[in-house]
Design a protein around this ligand. Sequence first.
Ligand SMILES: [Zn+2]
Length: 135
Amino acid sequence: MADKITKSEAEWRRELPPERYRVLREKGTEPAFGNEYWDSKQAGVYHCAACRQALFDAAAKYDSGTGWPSFWTPVAPEAVTTEVDHSLGRTRTEILCRRCGSHLGHVFEDGPPPTGLRYCLNSAALVLEGEETAR
Ligand SMILES: [Zn+2]
């Protein structure tokens, strides 16, 4: 596991395109079905759009019907970390990139076997390996 990355918000704001900054650093959520990867069947590994750590393999992606890219497991348990999120009057579990602390999405307990988990992510938080950076 690579070292943690710590940058100021000013640095992140300078480096990231506005829509990525809004999701990754301001915990924004993209519209369902109105995001890049919700319906993608392309093979590869999804990386953190902020620090490029490998996060989720397309082999663990499934169609959750939610309109967001959904996975039943990260590439490694230590790739992500979670925090309890009480925003919007609900209790949810937020998923963060462990390396840089950026917001990725939320995890729910209604996913498919074998984990029963649904990692519900924002496309703007991800870069599919092999792609040119969508800047
Ligand atoms: Zn990251």
